[in-house]
Design a protein around this ligand. Structure first.
Ligand code: GLU
Length: 458
């Protein structure tokens, strides 16, 4: 996992009305760099509301929106296969419930801390608002490292984690799902433990379930597919498409794999993917079946891909963003594109960057993409397909229905088109045509803020 020390905050000054509020956020959240960064990015965009929506100031919306409604931190004890007792820290940050029950994934990764979970919960609030579905924002996880753990250890960890979490969640309260390190296997163990403790078969308590026990078609593919659908809409605004494009996709987890799949279906040539050990360049085009076999079935490193693929080489020097490409889809983690990476991508002629991961580009990198006038979409818009499909899963669970793959995929595509158009229209309304960052932040914020005004001071 990349360190975030080189992140450059405050590359642009905030609106004078908002700066004091940002100072308070820094004071109240000392050292929480990722959270401060996420807040700063939203504050940069919402300046036009300072004059036009006086009720937001009157009701202290910004101050309230930056403070999570509830933060839960707990001990997670578990036993290794050889009988050692281990302790990890568990988190659930219930950020905002103006639009619906808290909704957002769980991340299991050694880098997890309160700053990371708060930034993710904050982002999730506006992302979920953009989907147009009735879901609030939340996020959770643990500093547990699933790497190298046996299946039985993963199960015991998940059971212990849920033994505390169960009392905080529910169909109408808070609905977790997956994120980095939490996929179908973990959701199964978490759901099983919830069911055992509560004696309730409550499908709507968690999303990302297996297809035979309440899960939704397309949920596994949704974040990656959705990112490519969104990027396709962006290209279409310039009369262009994925056909024949050279595409670089960071990561090799669930989001990256299904971004590769959809980009290839749209006629693109995907030439690189990565994991925490390095990046693979495959000029013959990524072999998707081999990638799935290595990552999904065997749970191995990308070095195994390279061993079986003569056209591929593994690089541990430089960065995946040094590779010249037309389209870059960061699908790994936060702050994976710093200013100098963005500069390199622009120098090499990148035309479009759409984020599949959460906050992968630092503020300096965002400013570079925007100055270069390339097509650039922030994750809270372009990666919203995952959580939107979770909301479709909740909808099916509530009506005890089960939709086909094609029907669900069409729904997802329509939702991504809707988010795209909302971003474009909102950016235009506020005098920043073509600015997806302004469009996403303003549209996401206004909907949450209006609901908070309506619901009073709570
Ligand atoms: N972790 C995903 C995200 O960042 C999905 C969350 C969900 O499905 O609730 O949006």
């Amino acid at each position: 996992m990349r360190q975030t020390n080189n992140v450059r905050l405050m590359t642009q000054a905030l609106h004078a009305d908002l700066q004091p509020m940002f100072e308070i956020v820094k004071q109240v959240n000392p050292g929480h760099q990722e959270f401060q960064q996420a807040v700063y990015e939203v504050m940069l965009s919402i300046a036009p509301l300072a004059g036009s929506r006086p009720e937001y100031a009157q009701w202290s919306i910004l101050k309230r929106i930056c403070e999570p409604e509830r933060q839960i931190i707990f001990r997670v004890p578990w036993v290794t296969d050889d009988g050692k007792v281990e302790i990890n820290r568990g988190y659930r940050v219930e950020f905002n419930s103006a639009l619906g029950p808290y909704k957002g994934g769980l991340r299991f990764h050694p880098s997890v801390n309160l700053s990371i979970i708060k930034f993710l919960g904050f982002e999730q609030t506006f992302k979920n608002s953009l989907t147009g579905m009735p879901i609030g924002g939340g996020k959770g996880g643990s500093n547990f490292d699933p790497k190298g753990k046996s299946d039985a250890e993963i199960m015991r960890f998940c059971q212990s984690f849920m033994t505390e979490l169960y009392r905080h969640i529910g169909e109408y309260t808070d609905v977790p799902a997956g994120d980095i390190g939490v996929g179908g296997r973990e959701i199964g163990y978490l759901f099983g433990q919830y069911k055992r403790i509560t004696n309730r078969w409550e499908a709507g308590v968690i999303t990302g379930k297996g297809l035979t026990w309440g899960g939704a078609q397309v949920r596994t593919e949704a974040t990656g597919y959705g990112t490519v659908y969104f990027a396709q809409e962006m290209l279409a605004t310039r009369g262009d498409s994925f056909d024949g494009k050279r595409v670089v996709i960071s990561g090799s987890g669930n989001v990256a794999i299904y971004a590769v799949e959809k980009a290839q279906q749209f006629g693109a040539k995907v030439i690189a993917v990565s994991d925490s050990n390095g990046y693979v360049v495959d000029e013959a085009g990524i072999d998707l079946e081999l990638l799935k076999d290595v990552k999904e079935r065997r749970r191995e490193r990308l070095s195994a891909y390279v061993e079986e693929r003569p056209s591929a080489r593994l690089s541990v020097h430089g960065s995946i963003w040094d590779i010249p490409c037309d389209v870059a889809l960061p699908c790994a983690t936060q702050n994976e594109i710093l200013g100098h990476h963005a500069k390199k991508l622009v120098e090499n002629g990148v035309q479009l960057v759409a984020e599949g991961s959460n906050m992968p580009t630092d503020p300096e990198g965002i400013a570079i993409f925007q100055d270069a006038k390339i097509l650039y979409a922030p994750g809270k818009a372009s990666n919203a397909g995952g959580v939107a499909t979770s909301a479709l899963e909740m909808q099916q669970n509530a009506s005890r229905d089960s939709w086909s793959f094609e029907y669900t995929d069409n729904h997802l595509r329509g939702i991504m088109r809707g988010i795209h158009d909302t971003c474009i229209e909102t950016a235009e309304t506020y005098g920043q045509p073509g600015d997806y960052v302004a469009g996403a932040n303003l549209a996401g914020y206004i909907k949450v803020a209006d609901a908070m005004v309506a619901q009073g001071v709570i």
